[in-house]
Design a protein around this ligand. Structure first.
Ligand code: GLV
Ligand code: MG
Length: 297
């Protein structure tokens, strides 16, 4: 199913008040987190709380996902065994952090099959090894819905100096250019080559709307399909950044109409003002219209 994933709100698994708040938020997807926002001492209680919230809160048709713990660590197996029988049919995917290889995805795929569960998988790419092997990871299972970028863990994995308090994409200007440009482009290339959506990491400062706007606009400009959010206040800006605006829609409609007229006249290209358009422009215009339709729905 082609689910809208413009904004993904990350919600700590052990905080019931945040689960409740998320139900009325503007997020396309709510991700209940058992990993890094949930302290080790709370993991067991958080599994139960997540199951109960998913079953009992009024989610208003939102897509729900759960981030389990690292498959190589001590919690993930029990996360899966506890949650899948209870709420496996009510969520869209398991979000899997710190994926290091296609073999880990095969393991989870088999485990879910053994549990008779048809859930999707969202690997988070957040280490040098995972980025190197992103193509294999992206193609490791038909369950994979999208690739997600984990900016903080990736930065830690390559020993990048913290360029901000949160390490979530605020640019301090030390490096002339975007220090993560190659990472974004490689991840997008590997994900799209496998036919997947690719989701950007969150912007860390939730009291900096300007920084958030430019971070989301940059993500969209590179080809990302959506962005994680760490606070409900970030959702409207992120949804807007990943939805075509009225000017884009108007331009797309013009392109489609002009090209249709050109084709009818036996030509393979047309002009709008001083700009030439051809079949590739039509594909871009069709993409804009499809995203506008999805956002409207
Ligand atoms: C998210 O998991 C990150 O590491 O940024
Ligand atoms: Mg991480």
């Amino acid at each position: 199913m082609n689910i809208l994933r413009r904004s993904i709100l990350s919600v700590p698994g052990h905080r019931i008040s945040m689960h409740e708040k998320a139900t009325t938020s503007a997020a396309d997807v709510i991700m209940l987190d058992l990993e890094d926002s949930c302290p080790p001492a709370e993991k067991v209680a958080a599994r139960a709380l997540i199951a109960s919230s998913i079953q009992n809160l009024a989610w208003q048709g939102k897509t729900l996902t759960v981030r389990i713990n690292d498959l190589a660590g001590p919690f993930a197996l029990q996360d899966v065994l506890t949650l899948i029988p209870e709420i496996g049919h009510q969520i869209d995917t398991l979000v899997v952090p710190k994926v290091e290889s296609a073999a880990q995805i095969h393991y989870l795929d088999h485990l879910l099959t053994a549990l008779n569960c048809n859930l999707g998988i969202e690997p988070i790419i957040e280490s040098a090894q995972a980025l190197r092997d992103a193509s294999e990871i992206a193609a490791a299972s038909p369950r994979i819905r999208c690739l997600v970028f984990g900016i903080a863990d990736y930065s830690a994995s390559i020993n990048m100096p913290l360029s901000s308090i949160s390490g979530h994409g605020e640019n301090d200007g030390i490096y002339p250019g975007d220090p993560l440009h190659f990472v974004y482009s490689r991840l997008i290339m590997c994900g799209k080559a496998a036919g997947l959506k690719v989701i950007d990491a969150p912007y860390g400062n939730f009291r900096d709307p300007e920084g958030l706007n430019s971070s989301a606009a940059r993500s969209r400009a590179l080809g990302f399909d959506g962005k994680w959010c760490i606070h409900p206040a970030q959702l409207d800006a992120v949804n807007a950044a990943f939805s075509p605006n009225p000017e884009e829609i108007e331009r797309a409609q013009k392109v489609l109409a002009a090209f249709k007229t050109a084709l009818e006249a036996g030509r393979g290209a047309a002009a709008i003002g001083d700009s030439m358009i051809d079949q590739a422009s039509v594909r871009m215009a069709e993409d804009v219209m499809a995203r506008a339709e999805a956002a409207k729905a």
